[in-house]
Design a protein around this ligand. Structure first.
Ligand SMILES: [Zn+2]
Length: 415
């Protein structure tokens, strides 16, 4: 599809019908503040917990004194260890847990620890024998790591409109985390992983068949009972929390749409869930990032004026929080959704401009595949004015003003 390797699913041990073994012999559960000094063991747990608390405090203002560090070593050989590191909060509290994959390398008598998203994590992953071949390009996936500072739309215009033009690359190649070809209610629009605080990285879904599915292919990890993370290409990862009967996996490959679990109310690692749903979060390079402006299942996500509000748009059709989103599947990285900026259809032309003959039309909301792009006549659409035209896979041309492609520029190169 995208030149992406699809190895056999591995290390997925099936649907967990009982409590996962997070608190097993290799795990450490200790008060966050007390972990740092506990270094007498040979394992990396104490060093990972120390790094975990640092990261939590620096990035998420978590790691309160009563939080627990849950370090689960899932792979351990020679001088290396790999696993999940979670700062768990109180079940029922409004504060959500945070977690990262970790890699640790023994050097002398101590452990060098790196968490997901850190340059050292990418560096260690290239050398570690514990990192599987299909994981290596994902863990080193800093190619999507251009500065996100100027890419946070955050409601840049009236009604929280996203101004995608002039900003970065919003392509995710992701479906909604629901069943493709079915509708599921977006019970809450963009909000934080841990409530109302920015970045608004998260959406809630419930209803339909209540099945939670991988938004895009990648390697999957059970962070905690009820919490799955899938690591994708281009530096992205996605989180799925509050699940019931989720898969139990340590790096197993999942395709887009793979079953991860059911919507639920699980709060094993902390946080609150009022009624069954999946709390879905978008991560890039190890940190939660704003969802607004990105596309999931051919819907562009928009912030509202407050957390949990907001909307999604498919072409010119807008659905607010509380409405049902039909999952159209993933938009390819070389594809675009027709946005006629008011409905109806958009003319296709035989060349890059309105001086060329009409060669059919594309309906609002339709998916087109872009072969290449060129400069042509200038037009103004939902996101601004552009002279870019796209040559489609059928040889016709369409103005870039009337598509959502996720990039203000060519997505398949120049013609
Ligand atoms: Zn949520």
């Amino acid at each position: 599809m995208f030149g992406w390797r699809r190895p056999q699913a591995r290390r997925i041990t099936g649907i967990a019908t009982a409590v996962l073994t997070l608190a097993g012999a290799l795990s450490l559960a200790a008060p966050a503040g007390a972990a740092a000094g506990d270094r007498q063991g040979a394992g990396p747990e104490a060093a990972v917990a120390e790094r975990l608390v640092e990261r939590g405090r620096a990035e998420a203002e978590v790691a309160a004194a009563h939080d627990a560090t849950r370090v689960n070593v899932t792979r351990d050989t020679g001088g290396w260890a790999f696993g999940t590191a979670v700062l768990a909060t109180e079940p029922g509290s409004r504060r959500m847990p945070r977690g990262w994959l970790f890699l640790a390398e023994r050097e002398g008598g101590s452990w060098r620890v790196a968490l997901e998203g850190e340059e050292r994590f990418a560096e260690l992953s290239r050398r570690s024998p514990l990192v599987e071949p299909e994981e290596k390009p994902l863990f080193a996936g800093l190619d999507g790591g251009q500065d996100r500072q100027d890419k946070a739309p955050g409601g840049g215009g009236p009604g929280g409109e996203v101004v995608a033009y002039g900003a970065g690359d919003y392509r995710t190649g992701m479906a909604l985390p629901t069943t493709v070809g079915a509708s599921t209610v977006m019970t809450s629009g963009p909000h934080g992983w841990g409530g109302s605080a920015a970045p608004w990285s998260s959406l809630d879904f419930a209803g339909g068949d209540e099945v939670v599915r991988a938004a895009r292919q990648g390697t999957a990890y059970t962070m905690c009972r009820g919490w799955i993370r899938v690591v994708h290409d281009r530096g992205y990862a996605t989180d799925y929390y509050h699940l019931w009967n989720n898969i139990n996996t340590d790096g197993g490959w999942v395709n887009t749409g793979a079953f991860l679990g059911y919507t639920g109310t699980d709060v094993t690692c902390g946080g609150a869930a009022y009624g069954r749903h999946v709390h879905f979060g978008l991560i890039q390079n190890g940190s939660y990032i704003p969802l607004a402006g990105h596309n999931l299942g051919k819907w562009v996500i928009y912030n509202g004026s407050a957390a949990y509000q907001g909307s999604a748009m498919h072409g010119s059709r807008r659905v607010g929080a509380g409405g049902a989103l039909y999952n159209y599947g993933a938009l390819g990285l070389n594809q675009a959704v027709i946005d006629a900026n008011g409905g109806g259809h958009v003319n296709k032309r035989t060349g890059p401009g309105t001086g060329h003959a009409i060669a059919g039309s594309a309906a609002d909301g339709a998916t087109v595949t872009v072969s290449c792009s060129a400069s042509g006549t200038s037009h103004t659409g939902r996101y601004g004015t552009t002279s870019l035209w796209n040559r489609l896979s059928d040889g016709t041309w369409i103005s870039d003003a009337y598509v959502w492609s996720g990039v203000n520029g060519p997505i398949s190169g120049w013609c």
